[in-house]
Design a protein around this ligand. Sequence first.
Ligand code: SF4
Length: 440
Amino acid sequence: MKKVAFYTLGCKLNFSETSSISRLFQDRGYEKVSFEEKADIYVINTCSVTDNADKKCRKIVKEALKHSPDAFITIVGCYAQLKPQEISEIPGVHAVLGAAEKFQLVDILDGFEKPEKARVHASPISAANTFHTAYSYGDRTRTFLKVQDGCDYSCTFCTIPLARGKSRSNSIREVVKAALDIAQTEVKEVVLTGVNLGDFGIQPGLGRQENFYELVQELDKIEGINRYRISSIEPNLLTDDIISFVAQSNKFMPHFHIPLQSGSNKILKLMRRRYLREVYASRVQRIKSLMPHAGIGVDVIVGFPGETEADFLETYNFLNELDISYLHVFPYSERPNTLATEMAGIVPQKERNRRADMLRILSEKKKRLFYEKHIGHETHVLFEADIQQGLMEGFTENYIRVVAKYDPLLVNETKYLRLTEINEQGLMEAEEAYQLALHH
Ligand code: SF4
């Protein structure tokens, strides 16, 4: 039996797709082993968003060869779609597959005979026009269920539409089928994942058939899944209907992750985002009015071309006043073939980092405030399998990270707890809501 191992770089979507590709191998009788083991085939799923994508790719190839010098090395993923030829020249690589080909990997490379020169199977991105169901497994607490892929927007900093193609989705029927399969496993939480998740509903060749609001309503009905999270949704697509639905649902967690990118309308326009800061503020306000305890995470980019100190401070003040729980901060980073790279007003790297540091401090402050507000609050905590120094962690419904003394009976279990205090590491401690048990 041939052995195959995987390595994933990048986002949740890549993780769910690696899982699906690995299942395709297993269906054909291959044995899946960990990346550190000696395998006959290594599949490396790359990302184009991370800095130094090329360097990272080379490093992982080298590592794979260290574990198994004669192995067949295949590269897939966003970076493989963007730079197939460059990757094929990396010493040790035998095949590169693009976005349209990655799910046919086993068929295309049948037999995995090593070629003289690396094989490249990467059609233009317009050929990536089918949808492949994918969800991650391995971590028994949580799965990332991919329901949508690609993006029709044209944000000027983003290379994802070039790497993943047009917006397309699974049908609700197929998503429900996958969710029913997941309901049969031990998984306790399903995270709905996509490139532009709120755009869910466009089917390859058929145009828009359904929408995200309809999807959440159907998933809510499935027995055997009690926790859903919406991974990340554009503010202009987060409708009042969706917010109201989540507010009354017991299964959809009161936790949103909404990319803002900038709090300055001038910069939002340069970025070609599809909303203004006022829309963003109204989304947060709407969520908080219906779910005062909701956790809200925000993505922000600082140092975009043209961002002056005054523009940055506008973003800073906007976020400072907004009732949100944490930030994910990214210093702007140039991506080839994007409009932003041709824009004037380049912000020096040092300044980008300084602005990022300022927002990271603000994020800590926001998080602390959010946690403090919840001391004394009673809520459900889902504990995970990771154990570190005798401790384990879990998340509340609104995404507060709770720490507890390791107890094997708690792994993958949901407990009703009272949040008690924030420890030195900034994590929440908790006790059983009705009797002291976990604490100390
Ligand atoms: S919405 Fe904008 S940032 Fe997000 S994937 Fe699409 S183009 Fe990129």
